[in-house]
Write a protein that binds this ligand. Structure first.
Ligand code: DX5
Ligand code: ZN
Length: 219
């Protein structure tokens, strides 16, 4: 069985109980905590910023997988690093100089992820693949939890896996958006090794987080 890591998105959690929700995720077997940061500009929704991330840091020792959907992102990177992010993922469209933003995240000793929207081709980030830790493939248009998985991204995952194997480079392939108990198998078979999930983890089986994480992992 392939080793799959689960990164639950707190976007679908009970925001009035965020600290406890994160504890529940850790107890339920999550491998990291996916934090969706939205600015109402790069995406049409507004969520949480550095002070909230900082406050949550005390509730879990798991890595914080921070997905920045904000533009321009560059000037805010340090704030998220200081707040306690372990992985900082940015969208190439959200920065004027992608190389500079990658280097800044590396200089801050954080893992660097690049995220591709459903219509963004791998080509845009191809030359940076040897430098980064993770590619986050969006399987919905970013902005909201609870959307429907877009099947065409399966081919992009396969293409990325091919590049990874051919060039013998190491980075994680994480998939984000509309993941459920069926399509999770398809994305893992295609080459993903980290699954983000909000709705499936928090709402399925009457919110039985442990069971939902186990089911997603048991592929
Ligand atoms: C979408 C976010 C996702 C999303 C995942 O913009 O990046 O992390 O909230 O939630 P589900 O699993 O509900 O699609
Ligand atoms: Zn996300």
């Amino acid at each position: 069985m392939k080793k799959i890591q689960i990164s639950p998105s707190i976007l679908s959690s009970n925001f009035s109980e965020l600290g406890n929700e994160i504890k529940r995720l850790e107890e339920g077997g999550a491998d990291m905590i996916h934090v969706d940061v939205m600015d109402g500009h790069f995406v049409p929704n507004l969520t949480i910023g550095p002070p909230v991330i900082k406050a949550l840091r005390n509730y879990s020792t798991l890595p914080f997988d921070v997905h920045l959907m904000i533009s321009p992102v560059h000037k805010y990177i340090k704030d998220y690093a200081d707040a306690g992010a372990d992985i900082i993922t940015i969208h190439p469209e959200a920065t004027e100089n992608l190389e500079e933003s990658i280097n800044l995240i590396k200089k801050l000793n954080k893992k660097i992820g690049l995220s591709l929207n459903p219509d963004t081709p791998i080509d845009i980030i191809k030359k940076f693949l040897p430098l980064i830790d993770l590619v986050l493939i969006m399987s919905v248009y970013p902005g909201f939890g609870g959307q429907k998985f877009i099947p065409k991204v399966i081919d992009k995952i396969k293409e990325l896996k091919n590049i990874k194997e051919k060039q013998n480079i190491k980075f994680d392939i994480e998939v984000d958006g509309g993941i459920d108990f069926e399509n999770s198998k398809l994305v893992v078979e295609a080459g993903a090794n980290i699954l983000v999930s909000g709705t499936t983890i928090f709402k399925n089986n009457d919110g039985n987080i442990k069971k939902n994480i186990e089911t997603l992992k048991s592929i």
